[in-house]
Design a protein around this ligand. Structure first.
Ligand SMILES: C[S@@+](CC[C@H](N)C(=O)[O-])C[C@H]1O[C@@H](n2cnc3c(N)ncnc32)[C@H](O)[C@@H]1O
Length: 302
């Protein structure tokens, strides 16, 4: 992340969710109206257009094409929004099964505390202080009220952070509760040592059982000599934006690594397969771009 400013990529994922809201019914799988409140500059200038019903198809069309144009290939909005929808479903399922403690690592402008009905839950949002400061300011200024109890912890994952987290009053008082930890869209921006120490920290957070969900790109993403054009383009894009990728790993070796941290049951599914399943289940017409094959969701039980 660039120093002393909120994460740009958190702003982009928020903007992509705002675009997904405008999808026609046969392509709609995510509804995040609060995402509009967190649009970064210059997207925020377009906010009035998002609420003009007549313009929705046009804005959706332009909105879907803009991120693709910026990176140079199709599928960026679907990649971020299908990942988000998958995690929404997992959170609601966990809540139904009795989990009440949710920890979001690198929460960015996540609005689940506002839009999902989780009345008995507590959500702890952990993020870089620069991003979290902007988020909290917007929540305050717009008087946005969560549906659950919302807690915050500001940490930098590139410095030792687990002790800071474990000394947070909410973490201390709720240590015996089964927990779901979500780590969405963050691992690729960290160095391997920081990823591994996150696995260790999460394993401690789940000492009373629960689920860890995160995403990881295929190892090919960080290979400098990769012949996969779209991965090279995506890497060049984040480099230009000052938030480079450092870590990626393939499904099988990563499953083995997670087992060594004592995560008991580890399942993985690519975003491409999530798109196929969702299209079939909800009779949707979701475009299946190649990039969706290179990001996988990991679901680890303790
Ligand atoms: C791509 S955004 C993802 C945000 C959100 N999870 C989502 O999916 O919309 C990456 C997030 O990781 C956080 N992040 C990146 N590097 C970090 C670091 N070193 N320490 C703490 N947070 C970091 C950023 O602040 C940002 O919120």
């Amino acid at each position: 992340m660039k120093s002393k400013r909120a994460s740009d990529t958190a702003g982009y994922t928020s903007a992509m969710r705002a675009i997904a809201n405008l999808a026609p019914m046969d392509q709609k799988y995510l509804h995040d109206p609060f995402s509009l409140e967190f649009l970064p500059f210059p997207w925020v200038l377009t906010k009035p257009l998002f609420s003009t019903k007549l313009l929705a198809p046009l804005i959706y069309n332009i909105g879907m094409k803009t991120p693709d144009k910026m990176v140079g290939f199709p599928g960026m909005t679907s990649l971020a929004c299908l990942r988000h929808r998958y995690i929404d479903d997992q959170i609601l399922l966990a809540y139904k099964e009795g989990i009440r403690r949710f920890i979001l690592l690198g929460a960015g402008y996540d609005t689940r505390s506002l839009r999902l009905s989780l009345p008995e839950a507590t959500m702890l949002e952990v993020d870089h202080p620069d991003t979290q400061t902007r988020k909290r300011k917007i929540l305050r200024e717009k008087n946005l009220q969560p549906s659950c109890k919302l807690e915050f912890a500001a940490v930098d994952f590139s410095k030792p952070w687990s002790e800071e987290l474990f000394s947070h009053p909410y973490i201390k008082e709720s240590a015996n509760e089964p927990t779901m930890v979500i780590w969405e869209g963050v691992s690729c921006y960290l160095h391997e040592a920081d990823v591994l120490s996150t696995f260790e920290t999460v394993r401690h957070l789940l000492q009373s059982g629960g689920v860890f969900i995160f995403d990881a790109f295929s190892a090919e993403l960080t290979k400098s000599e990769t012949r996969i054009d779209i991965l090279r383009k995506m890497r060049e894009f984040v480099d230009r934006k000052g938030e480079p990728f450092y870590w990626a790993e393939d499904i099988d070796p990563l499953k083995e690594k997670l087992a060594s941290y004592d995560f008991k049951q580890v399942d993985a599914i690519t975003i491409f397969d999530i798109a196929t399943n969702l299209s079939n289940k909800e009779n949707l017409n979701i475009s299946q771009d190649e990039i969706l094959k290179y990001l996988a969701m990991f679901h680890c039980r303790c």
